[in-house]
Design a protein around this ligand. Structure first.
Ligand code: F6R
Length: 257
């Protein structure tokens, strides 16, 4: 796992956006996995800036989002559909047909989840998957105890996640209890995983992800088994890492390839 530590949230976001930009330059029809949440907003802002500066063309890029609340129509202002359009898609030249955000309002979730997996497979799999990490160590909505081999499915959110996400809702009772999410196994098939985390609230999950045991209790720890995972943190998120000097040393001395 490549661990990159930046002083600030802004620098973390710029570094993540650069990795995405380089990947799109290498492969204009990149299959890009996307996350919602507060953490990647800075990265998306930087991607928008790059696009508006004429440095980045999304016309051939295909995207797949990780998750969506069950029962939430795409028009709802707390839906992840809405979030992605507000924070990225409306400001870049992505083709609407190339955008995939799982639906939270289908009749047959079992069939729909298989369809989502098939759509990813049809375009050759995700090339680069953007991830955040929950305070309970989740990636996507793969809560503690979820199989590290799981596929796209409907899950029950933990109380911790419901509490975390209630900041966007009027009342905690309004936060959906269920979500549809790519599984850990689905995420692990991405050719490159790129996780961003910032702030001291993420220091515990970040330490568990990088230096803890691989366990379904912290689904992000599965990334330790990924052959090509990059994690980028701001300084505040790294306070519980033990080998911080080594990660910085490794980054400073990384080979030019
Ligand atoms: C969102 C997602 C979640 C978030 C995580 C962190 O699509 O998959 O795993 O990345 O809950 O959320 P923030 O960034 O709001 O702290």
């Amino acid at each position: 796992m490549e661990v990159i530590i930046k002083d600030t949230y802004e620098e973390m976001s710029i570094e993540a956006a650069k990795i995405i930009k380089d990947a799109i330059h290498l492969k204009p029809n990149l299959v890009l996995g996307l996350a919602t949440g507060t953490t990647p907003i800075g990265t998306y802002k930087e991607l928008i800036r790059m696009h508006q500066a004429g440095e980045l063309d999304f016309s051939k890029v295909v995207t797949f989002n990780l998750d969506e609340y069950v029962g939430m129509p795409s028009t709802h202002d707390q839906s992840y559909h809405y979030f992605m359009h507000e924070n990225l898609f409306n400001d870049i030249n992505i083709a609407p047909d190339n955008v995939h955000v799982p639906s939270g309002v289908v009749k047959d979730f079992k069939r729909y989840c298989q369809w989502y997996e098939d759509e990813i497979a049809k375009v050759g799999g995700v090339d680069l998957q953007v991830l955040g990490i929950g305070s309970d160590g989740h990636i996507g909505f793969n809560e503690p105890g979820t199989s590290l081999a799981s596929r796209t499915m409907v899950v029950t959110l933990t109380e911790e996640t419901i509490r975390d996400n209630s900041r966007f809702f009027d009342r905690i009772e309004d936060v959906p209890r269920l979500a549809i999410t790519m599984g850990v196994g689905t995420i692990m098939e991405a050719k490159h995983c790129l996780l961003v985390a910032n702030g001291k609230k993420k220091a515990g999950p970040v330490a568990a992800l990088v230096e803890g045991p691989i366990t379904s209790q912290v689904t992000a720890s599965a990334l330790q088994m990924h052959p090509n995972a990059t994690v980028i943190f701001d300084e505040a998120a790294t306070s519980k890492l033990k080998r911080i000097d080594y990660y910085k040393w490794t980054y400073e001395n990384r080979p030019e390839v």
